[in-house]
Design a protein around this ligand. Structure first.
Ligand code: NDP
Length: 330
């Protein structure tokens, strides 16, 4: 099979049976189109939202239609003057081994600047999310304390490193001791909390952030974020980037009333969607590439082999099986 369709809308945690493998005709490119072959496929938590039939900032996937995500592909045939056979491109494409695409939202990527998979992570949307979410909403000031949830993932690991570059104290929350060790040794975080083995998160956050939390970069939501609220400082900024802890919930979770914490501290809590900041992508991407080149930024990726393993790699995000960016080598 060369194509992956959405078979069911998942109930709770996604399962293999929510996906269907089929063989579809590839077709030939018309004027201005390309025939491309997928090399690296990004699997992302936000795709879970698109599997639900509800209104959001991107339309839902249709049942029995291919799922799509960001993909780095190789051009096999080009009918467009700006692209030639052998070029590498990235953009939102279907979960197909080969496909005909319009060039509208594709970008060329340079394999000499960075490994191709990096264009799905540190030099792609998750890098931009980290940079723009932290800077635009977090408004970091030297010496402040930054707390990051989902800290060992694609976005979180970059948020923390940028925090360190900007002179903040950085603490991360993640789901294993190995991940916490990676945060401090590889990414320069000042400390970390394993939420899976910590019984009292409220107390642990207080210990790890003795001066309180000025910026909370939230990738997970749920109980972890409830515990953080007890430690926010006056004028704190809370960047709501994602809420993976609630994406699979079938009932509306009982949450702490956040309002009193925000009022008492004159704190800001704001949702963030990276695509709203498209006018800043170029500048952000240049800065990330420069830091990478200067060895100030590092990245981790978990590369799963095989097109047939795309659904499982996606499901594994919800079990924290990835360190850094989860990518499938098709
Ligand atoms: P990650 O690389 O962080 O992968 C997901 C991680 O989430 C897992 O590795 C796991 O790590 C953690 N996790 C899974 N389930 C839970 C849970 N129940 N409670 C706490 N942690 C959990 O993914 P991304 O970096 O791609 O995305 C991170 C977040 O940012 C997501 O919420 C995503 O939706 C959001 N996002 C938002 C964007 C925007 O524009 N707003 C753009 C891109 C991403 P662990 O072992 O620590 O549990």
């Amino acid at each position: 099979s060369n194509t992956i369709l959405l078979n069911n809308r998942p109930e709770g945690k996604p399962q293999e049976s929510d996906f269907k493998f089929v063989e579809q005709e590839v077709g030939t490119p018309g004027e201005q189109e390309l025939l491309v072959e997928a090399l690296y496929v990004s699997v992302d938590p936000y795709l879970r939202g698109r599997m639900r039939d509800e209104k959001s900032y991107v339309p839902p996937f249709e049942l029995n239609e291919p799922i799509s995500s960001n993909i780095v592909a190789k051009v096999l045939e080009s009918k467009h003057e700006n692209f030639k056979e052998g070029d590498y491109v990235s953009g939102n494409m279907a979960w197909k081994k080969k496909q005909v695409v319009s060039t509208d939202n594709l970008q060329k990527v340079n394999p000499d600047q960075a490994p191709l998979s990096a264009y799905l992570g540190i030099l792609g949307l998750t890098g931009l999310t980290a940079y723009l979410g932290l800077n635009e909403i977090g408004q970091p000031q030297k010496g402040e304390t930054l707390l990051v949830s989902g800290a060992a993932g694609a976005v979180g690991s970059v948020v923390g490193q940028i925090g360190k570059i900007l002179g903040l104290k950085v603490v991360g929350i993640a789901g294993s001791d190995e991940k916490i060790e990676m945060l401090t040794s590889k990414f320069g975080f000042d400390g970390g909390i394993n939420y899976k083995t910590t019984e009292n998160m409220k107390e642990a956050i207080g210990k790890a952030c003795p001066d309180g939390v000025d910026i909370y970069f939230d990738n997970v939501g749920g109980e972890i974020s409830d515990a953080v609220l007890f430690h926010i400082n006056k004028m704190a900024r809370i960047v709501i980037c994602g809420a993976i802890a609630v994406y699979n919930k079938t009932e509306t979770p009982k949450a702490l009333a956040v309002q009193p914490f925000l009022v008492k501290n004159s704190a800001l809590m704001q949702g963030f969607i990276v695509s709203n900041y498209a006018d800043k992508f170029k500048e952000a991407a240049q800065q990330l590439a420069q830091w990478l080149q200067e060895d100030q930024l590092h990245y981790e990726e978990t590369i799963v082999e095989g097109f047939e393993n795309i659904p499982q790699a996606f499901i594994d995000l919800f079990d924290g099986k990835n360190k850094g960016k989860m990518v499938v080598k098709a």
